[in-house]
Design a protein around this ligand. Sequence first.
Ligand SMILES: O=P(O)(O)OP(=O)(O)OP(=O)(O)OC[C@H]1O[C@@H](n2cnc3c(O)ncnc32)[C@H](O)[C@@H]1O
Ligand SMILES: [Mg+2]
Length: 201
Amino acid sequence: MNEIMIATKNIGKVKEFSDLFASRGVKVKSLVDFPNIDDIEETGETFVENAKLKAEAIATKFNIPVIADDSGLSIDFLDGRPGVYSARYAGEQKNDRANIDKVLAELEGVPTEKRSARFHCALALAIPDKETQIVEGTCEGRITEDLLGENGFGYDPIFLVVEKGLTMAQLSKDEKNQISHRAKALKKLDKLLQEREEFIR
Ligand SMILES: O=P(O)(O)OP(=O)(O)OP(=O)(O)OC[C@H]1O[C@@H](n2cnc3c(O)ncnc32)[C@H](O)[C@@H]1O
Ligand SMILES: [Mg+2]
């Protein structure tokens, strides 16, 4: 594989995948270059289901291998919300800042020890005429009371990586790419691809 299509229009994800795949010598393409393709409806109840349906829809459309990422934030105090609704938590317009404000409002007054949360990432690799492969990664943390940091995207400014004492948005991209849910899932995909040489072209 020297080029892979990521079935997303999320620029934050595209940047991370470009960096993660650069070290593997693989060039990343994405749906950012195909603005006319409508968003695939995320009708699944899990990250895995949504990753699978996004990857398979785009692999079929382009007839090439495709990776899709379905990811999000699960907060224990909110019974796992926003979960699969992370992108649209504060409404259909997918506004990161509005999503963060909603989470912070829901956690107002909740003490530190009850603010535990984790990022999830499900990756699906769909190759035309082959069985779709799925891997997952998680990253544990805690929701802060205020936004901190400018890097990353989405909920990164309110996600404290406890062992570093910094939010995900205060980490450099290389630091995030060593510990993130996405990086962990991609490492598992690497392993799976090595075990199944048939997938490597
Ligand atoms: O479906 P695609 O087109 O890939 O793009 P999307 O933005 O809609 O992506 P998801 O449906 O997977 O929703 C994931 C949301 O979870 C959040 N998220 C995922 N990974 C994250 C990360 O590494 N850091 C911060 N927030 C993240 C972010 O708000 C995303 O919009
Ligand atoms: Mg989405």
